[in-house]
Design a protein around this ligand. Structure first.
Ligand SMILES: Cc1cc2nc3c(=O)[nH]c(=O)nc-3n(C[C@H](O)[C@H](O)[C@H](O)COP(=O)(O)OP(=O)(O)OC[C@H]3O[C@@H](n4cnc5c(N)ncnc54)[C@H](O)[C@@H]3O)c2cc1C
Length: 584
């Protein structure tokens, strides 16, 4: 046991059983040390680790060497059937939903993920998880993550949790408890109520899906984006209600305006079913991503190109392909020529030399970005009218619903903030965004607002889980579910989006009195310790906020799970620090 109480060479503790987890928690309680668990590290890093390890980003960074306990559950990934008839499956907290290509241990493969094992060994599955299945079951539920559907949700599969509280005591909470209220405190719990040891799912039978993705102008979108519904097209809200699984990616940049509408429905599995899976970036996904990623890296770091050096060097072999592909984006003018020159110098003389050459002209390229970007987007994401129409697909639900699994976390590292608003506000919010994007006279200002990447629009079912951003008491404005606005940010861009790009969206919603809640694993506002403005705003959005904090104090009397990041989120600044922090 002693061995498990010390960290491995990677800085993480790797307990392999509940007993070892309990021992670690007891040690943290006794010594007054912080303890946090890492899932697949898809959330912003401050939400995960014991101390902010540097910049708050989505990255697979090493844990901080701060004398605290950071846990990785790569040795705790088993599962077992608890009740065959009810399809109850208990999964250990470290198991991933699918493969995690960025797993530092290299062991989180498709075949070791929960969904593929359930499908192949039992013919069971979950109703709907998110756009990717790289996450661990405990990370996914700890942040209240969810797929895009108003008809299906994995929240309905959640049946029970085994939780190790801040003293090392184990609690079992299930949906069938005489009073299941505390069960509903568990997703999201963001690691503040204790360490989740296992999660029991009530599975459903395996199903297949069929669907399509259309790439259209805003006017040709299958949903009437800004209106009440017209010309045979439903309003966006109606579209989201009626479509079993749906998500839209809106590219609002001036001159590029287009939308990718991905939709699917359940399919009765034919006897000889052969999936014809969806392909993101049709053709050669990896090549397209590499191209976009390299161009975004240059464009996002024009102020100081040296920040792009590492990324460009990592992708050095691909620079030639980007150079070849550039002419496909027509009319790039001087900026296009400068980027081409940059790439050819990098290929011939190395990235450093190319940076030295381009940096003096970076201002020129910067000025041209509002003009160049739409051309690049049009080249890489062509409208259906310029190709063979929408992409159609059939697949198993468990492998087809996560439509972004093919997007590479390393090539296209993406960060997000995600605002959830009551579903009936959908039209108001999309109209507000459209005005926000189109009103600036200045192209640079318009680009600041749209960003260079897509805005994801989707939905989630209402739920009684206390801190879920789709929480509803059943008779409030959230009772029909939530509409979700999820702007993407290319993580290799230089700026801190919480101060600029994401802050613009939060301000817009707040100033226009749109009630909103934020995804717990994605970017949230930054503010000084003691500033209660945002804390009080979000407290007012969650009827069970205070109940959650009371329970937290009870479950974690020594505050071993309460990091600075989470203190700031909930405004818990008067609780004593664990000894490990007081001593420094
Ligand atoms: C490319 C990408 C796509 C995404 N798509 C979606 C989507 O479609 N829908 C959606 O809702 N979200 C989505 N997300 C967000 C993602 O689902 C969440 O960030 C989720 O928390 C990630 O799970 P994880 O295993 O990486 O957990 P981590 O990010 O590692 O951890 C999340 C939180 O859970 C805590 N935690 C983890 N395990 C335990 C445990 N055993 N006990 C106690 N606390 C624990 C961590 O400390 C942390 O606070 C996406 C994120 C990315 C990067």
């Amino acid at each position: 046991m002693q061995g498990e109480l010390s960290a491995g060479p990677d800085g993480f503790h790797h307990p392999a059983s509940e007993a070892e987890l309990v021992a670690l928690v007891k040690a943290a309680y006794r010594d007054g040390r912080l303890l946090r668990v890492r899932g697949a590290a898809h959330s912003v890093s401050d939400a995960i680790y014991t101390e902010p390890p540097g910049v708050n980003r989505v990255s697979r960074q090493a844990p901080p060497a701060d004398g605290n306990i950071n846990v990785m559950l790569d040795g705790y990934r088993g599962w077992r059937v608890k009740d065959e008839a009810r399809k109850l499956v208990e999964a250990e907290a470290g198991i991933h939903l699918g493969a995690d290509p960025s797993d530092p241990t290299g062991t989180a493969e498709l075949a070791t993920g929960l969904l593929s094992q359930l499908a192949t060994q039992k013919g069971w599955t979950l109703y709907d998880t998110g756009g990717v299945t790289h996450q661990t079951v405990s990370g996914f539920t700890a942040t209240g993550s969810s797929g895009g559907s108003l008809q299906f949700t994995s929240n309905r599969n959640l049946w029970g949790f085994r939780l190790i509280d801040g003293r090392g005591e184990v609690h079992e909470l299930t949906r069938d408890d005489a009073d299941p209220d505390l069960f509903y405190s568990m997703s999201p719990s963001v690691g503040l109520l204790g360490v989740v040891s296992t999660i029991t799912f009530e599975c459903t039978d395996l199903f297949a899906i069929e669907g399509e993705e259309a790439t259209t102008s805003l006017d040709d979108c299958p949903a009437d984006l800004f209106g009440p519904g017209a010309g045979g097209r439903p309003s966006l809200e109606r579209f989201l209600r009626d479509t079993e699984f749906a998500r839209l990616e809106w590219w609002p940049q001036r001159g590029a305006e287009r939308v990718l509408t991905w939709q699917a429905k359940r399919l009765k599995v034919p006897p000889d079913f052969r999936p014809n899976p969806y392909r993101r970036f049709e053709g050669s996904p990896e090549a397209s991503e590499q191209l976009i990623s390299i161009l975004f890296t240059i464009i996002g770091n024009l102020d100081d190109l040296s920040q792009a050096k590492q990324k460009l060097e990592d992708n050095f072999d691909q620079l030639e392909r980007v150079l070849e592909a550039l002419p496909a984006a027509k009319g790039l003018g001087v900026a296009g020529r400068l980027i081409a020159e940059f790439l050819s110098r990098a290929i011939e003389f190395g990235v450093d030399a190319a940076i030295t050459t381009l940096q003096p002209f970076a201002g020129l390229v910067q000025k041209a970005v509002p003009d160049v970007l739409p051309k690049l987007i049009a080249a890489f994401i062509p409208l259906d009218s310029d190709k063979d129409g929408p992409a159609r697909f059939t697949d198993w639900g468990w492998s087809g619903l996560p439509m972004d699994n093919q997007a590479d976390d390393e090539l296209m590292p993406t960060e997000f903030t995600e605002a959830w608003v009551p579903l009936p506000r959908t039209r108001e919010v999309v109209q507000l965004l459209q005005t926000y994007f189109t009103e600036p006279h200045d192209d640079d200002e318009a680009l600041q607002r749209t960003g260079t990447y897509a805005w994801e629009l989707y939905s989630a079912m209402p739920t009684p889980f206390w801190l879920s951003p789709a929480h509803s008491s059943g008779d409030d404005e959230w009772k029909d579910g939530a509409f979700r606005v999820d702007p993407y940010w290319f993580a290799d861009n230089a700026e801190n989006p919480a101060k600029t790009f994401f802050a613009g969206l939060w301000k817009l919603l707040r100033e226009n009195d749109i009630p909103f809640r934020l995804h717990w694993g994605k970017f949230q506002p930054e503010y000084e310790r003691g500033d209660r403005d945002w804390v009080d705003y979000f407290r007012a959005q969650y009827p069970r906020w205070d109940d959650f904090l009371r329970l937290r104090a009870e479950r974690d009397p020594n505050n071993i799970f309460l990091t600075d990041y989470w203190r700031d989120r909930f405004g818990i600044w008067d609780e004593p620090e664990p000894v490990s922090k007081r001593e420094r």
